[in-house]
Design a protein around this ligand. Sequence first.
Ligand SMILES: [Zn+2]
Length: 202
Amino acid sequence: MVQLIPSSEAVMQILKRTGAYREGHFVYPTGKHSPHYFQMPLAFRYYDTARVLAVALSRKFRLDRDISSQLPKVAIISPGAGGIPVAFGVREALSAEQIYWAEQEEGKRMFRQYVNQGEINPCIIVDDIIRSGKAIEETAELVKSLGATVIGCGAIVRFTNAPSSIGDVQIKALVDFDAKIYDTEDACADCKQGTPLEKVRF
Ligand SMILES: [Zn+2]
């Protein structure tokens, strides 16, 4: 079963081919510079690659006995829009009973109205990419406040400087990516070389 999960090199090839992983010289809205950029929905716009990535991630959860023993009475949770296609793909592969996605309202992460205390099954939180881990952490707090437990957590890509676990739940990722991010122009190797800049919106 383990060998059915594609290697991180194979996953990176898919991300490159679909345009979800880009190399160049990027400036984030925060002003930080980086020689690479992930725009994950570009991989999830194709049904076939979306399915390959979500099924691969689902296999990591199925191999976890604590998780597989609770299926199908499990909820798959997305912290936001980017994780929704991941959540639907993982839900399908695991035949999990429930799916939820959070949205940001006035700076606060929440579910739609009328999701009541005690209704959410034990949760697996999934996202397309974990950069700082903030979205996943806020989502874990949200489900706990509604009386649910977090039994799993994962993403297609996790930056290695993000947390490796949420509480005692380890984060599973298909790719652990060592991101190079420069806080300022002066620190940026590409600025020194005069490489043309590209501004990114997210
Ligand atoms: Zn730069």
